[in-house]
Design a protein around this ligand. Structure first.
Ligand SMILES: [Fe+2]
Length: 174
């Protein structure tokens, strides 16, 4: 059994907490989301055989839960060595928690003059680390796996499952 199979039937507490946050002012939504994500790793620990099979490179996205009313979606991202997202900001509120491995995050700022994103710092995120973001160009990042072991993260996006590929990431020049 993978987490992809077990999480949807176990996550009613988690999903209920996220539902209760939708519609709150952004600062309260994000602080609540951060607290909810912070509890995931203890509640739903990964097992040895918990990860889906996948290609050798890049990263893969797996839907764990979608809200019945399309208010949010929960996805598992499995980052293989060398797998990186593009540089992006977000069209929606969102957040993630690292479940396993080390996730590398480049954080960037938007340079108005050159119309591109410029790296401002680089951080390694460890298991249990939580990051939340609101829509807009003030939060720009690139996530990936610079290590030799697989990294795993769980993400919540404030969109329906059908919109996760098109209405979450705003890919930016860098
Ligand atoms: Fe992101």
């Amino acid at each position: 059994m993978t987490i992809i199979e077990t999480f949807p039937t176990q996550c009613s507490d988690f999903a209920g907490k996220i539902r209760s946050l939708v519609g709150l002012p952004t600062d309260r939504l994000l602080s609540g989301l951060s607290a909810a994500l912070g509890s995931v790793r203890d509640k739903y620990p990964l097992m040895d055989d918990d990860l889906p099979d996948g290609a050798a490179g890049g990263y893969s996205r797996h839907l764990l839960h979608s809200d019945d009313d399309g208010l949010f979606s929960v996805m598992l991202l499995v980052w293989r060595p060398g797998g990186f997202s593009p540089v992006h900001s977000h069209w929606t509120w969102c957040g993630y928690v690292v479940l396993d491995g080390t996730l590398h995050e480049d954080r960037l700022h938007w340079d108005v003059a050159s119309k591109q994103a410029v790296v401002r710092d680089r951080i390694d995120r460890m298991p249990g680390d939580v990051v939340v973001s609101s829509p807009g160009l003030h939060d720009i990042h690139r996530l990936g796996n610079a290590r030799q072991d697989i990294a795993v993260s769980l993400h919540v996006y404030g969109v329906s499952r059908d919109a996760t590929m098109t209405h979450v990431n705003r890919v930016l020049p860098s």
